[in-house]
Design a protein around this ligand. Structure first.
Ligand code: TXE
Length: 485
């Protein structure tokens, strides 16, 4: 692992290079609150170099046979799997998430992202249409050119590779920017890409802030499409920057996801599943079910058993193998969590569990950003804590009396990313799934992901879909050729 002197530099045209301005930011380890490395504080001059390298690499990469692109991307997947331990440890140190979670979720999914799209491009179909015997039409799906890929801090390698893999598989070249809070695994991925034989300039990673690098990527005239994942506020800025240049934009944004438990649910499964969907990654997953609604007859039992189960989650040093709850990603995010817990008390909420930082974890983590899993009850359904995204280990539980009422509660929200429904009534499951306004509805489960399905949000949770054919469509341009008979 890098020492404090270690610099996380940019990766441009196949080489690790210093930022043009030679400025660096401290890269803080959330578990200790101390810098453990430094990350390039790049700006538009670095984005210019990266865009030029990507533009130079585009003709060769886009004309390479799909089977050649596939071979290299499959090799990247193999090398990610080979380096699982190193990448998982880096991810845990960078984000504060438990090492066990990085090892079981983040890194394996990064390899799957490459494997999935490396094989998907070998089986694409193209359309043809005969026009009444007078013409023959066929559709070409062509790569876009240089694309911009911007990702957040919560699942750094998982979400960045969810963009890099389809973008490159389709023959594009890329300028990518991970969050300045979690730069390490993107840098390690660049080493892997070089070892796998990815041609210089196909993938370029520019490290730094959203203001200095992200905004330069979205504004760059050579970068013709943007795939962004992050907060809704930032997503709006990205869309505003791209609109005047008519760039293709995919936005995966925030969520305030309903988790609906009917009295006829398998309560054991609903409670176990709801503890996971509430507190996985310290609640820092956009898909987390942060608004739990329970049918009134099951409410007292659910609250008591849910709080008891959540209280057993082992909070600790993220690097300890048995830790289930790690650190919040930054002091800023920790203050945001504390703010919303205080607001909940002002709005009339009761703290059924947690509500504060834990006792010091150990000597190493005494200055880390930790907060206990928190359950709040007795809040009005439409209060701010039930409407605004907290993005931390804080959930609310509210009773309901009818299916119609709870669908109204679930949909009374600016977001529409994902939801869970727990019931053993099949007709009700289909009915509720159809009427809840979210891009994904899980029934009697959470975070079960098939990479072929469209993934994304409605309303202020985003524009467009990622995954499967949707991603292949986003990263290509259809062209219709019509030949007269
Ligand atoms: O987002 P930010 P964060 C959401 C999650 C929460 C937020 C947390 O729900 O709302 O993201 O992630 C860069 N132009 N999702 O705080 O601040 C910034 O440097 C261009 C939803 O990281 O939006 C970082 O790399 N880029 C998601 C990235 O944008 C800019 C899954 C995201 O930063 C920029 C994960 C600018 N002006 C988190 N300003 C989903 N729906 O799947 C910042 N950035």
């Amino acid at each position: 692992m890098p020492t404090e002197q270690e610099k996380i530099r940019n990766f441009i045209d196949g080489k690790f290079v210093e930022p043009v301005g030679n400025r660096y930011l401290d890269n803080i380890e959330p578990a200790t609150g101390k810098p453990y490395s430094r990350v390039a504080d790049s700006d538009s001059a670095d984005v210019e170099l990266a865009a030029a390298a990507a533009e130079k690499a585009f003709p060769g990469w886009s004309r390479a046979p799909a089977v050649e692109r596939s071979r290299i991307l499959l090799r990247i997947a193999d090398l990610i799997e080979r380096d699982l331990e190193k990448l998982a440890r880096a991810e845990s140190i960078d984000t504060g998430k438990p090492l066990s979670l990085a090892r079981s979720l983040d890194i394996p999914r990064a390899a799957s992202n490459f494997r999935f799209f490396a094989t998907a491009i070998l089986h694409t179909e193209s359309e043809a249409h005969i026009t009444d015997g007078i013409a023959f039409n066929y559709t070409l799906r062509l790569p876009l050119g240089v694309v911009g890929l911007i990702s957040p801090w919560n699942l750094p390698l998982y979400l960045l590779t969810w963009k890099i893999a389809p973008a490159l598989a389709c023959g594009n070249t890329a300028v990518a920017k991970p969050s300045e809070l979690t730069p390490m695994t993107a840098s390690l991925l660049c080493e892997i890409c070089r070892e796998a034989g990815l041609p210089n300039g196909v993938l370029n990673v520019v490290q730094g802030t959203g203001q200095n690098v992200g905004a330069a990527i979205t504004a760059h005239p050579k970068i013709v499409a943007i795939s962004f994942t992050g907060g809704t506020v930032t997503g709006r800025k990205v869309a505003e920057s791209c609109a005047p240049m008519f760039k293709k934009v995919s936005l995966e944004l925030g969520g305030k996801n309903p988790n609906v438990v009917f009295a006829d649910a398998d309560l054991d499964a609903a409670i176990a599943g709801s503890v996971r969907s509430s507190f996985a990654n310290q609640g820092q997953v956009c898909l987390c079910g942060s608004r739990v609604f329970v049918e009134r007859s099951a409410y007292p039992e659910f609250v008591e058993r849910f709080a008891a189960a959540a209280s057993k989650l082992k909070m600790g040093d993220p690097l300890e193998p048995t830790t289930e709850q790690g650190a919040i990603v930054s002091s800023t995010q920790l203050e945001k969590v504390k703010y919303y817990v205080d607001l909940a008390k002002q709005e009339g909420g009761s703290i059924a569990l947690g509500g504060s930082a834990p006792d010091p974890i150990n000597e190493r983590c005494q200055n880390g950003y930790f907060f206990r899993p928190t359950v709040i009850t007795d809040l009005p359904v439409a209060c701010r804590v039930n409407r605004e995204e907290i993005f931390g280990p804080v959930i609310t539980i509210t009773p309901f009396d009818s299916e119609e009422e709870v669908i109204g509660y679930a949909n009374d929200c600016d977001y529409g990313l994902a939801s869970s429904v727990w019931t053993q009534n099949l007709n009700r499951a289909h009915r509720v799934a159809e009427h809840i306004h979210t891009g994904t509805v899980w029934v009697n489960c959470w975070m079960v992901r098939d990479l072929r399905v469209p993934f994304g949000g409605m309303k202020q949770s985003g524009v467009g879909r990622e995954g499967g054919d949707e991603a292949l469509r986003f990263f290509t341009e259809p062209k219709n050729v019509c030949i007269a008979k």
